[in-house]
Design a protein around this ligand. Sequence first.
Ligand SMILES: [Zn+2]
Length: 136
Amino acid sequence: MLALLPLLFLVGIHMYKYFTEKELECKHCEEQGIDPAFMQKVDELRDKMGFAFPITSAYRCPDHPIEARKKAAGAHASGRAVDIAVRGKQAHRLLQGALEAGFTGIGVSQKGGVRFIHLDDLPNSEGRPRPHVWSY
Ligand SMILES: [Zn+2]
């Protein structure tokens, strides 16, 4: 087991090409909860797009203030959602790329100072229709 530790460490710090564990954790309690398969898709999309994906929110635990005030915890609490701060031409390209990559939940906030695109890959379910697009 001891011999495996350095290997696990290496795997841990190179989970994703473009994102650190730190920027994906719950900002309220630092809990790690992002879904690796989902994040792999985001990593691949980032590679394809060729511009930075500043992550404003990724995993949010059910006790995160934004989740806690909802009737039921949202997509971020599943670990299969990210908000990416992009605007203008890059937002346009990201939407096209996200649709091609099969993301099923796309939230668009492109007004005023807070501009981002939410991506998730959740399946269709009661109270959470997919595929779905919404604005904030
Ligand atoms: Zn939390």
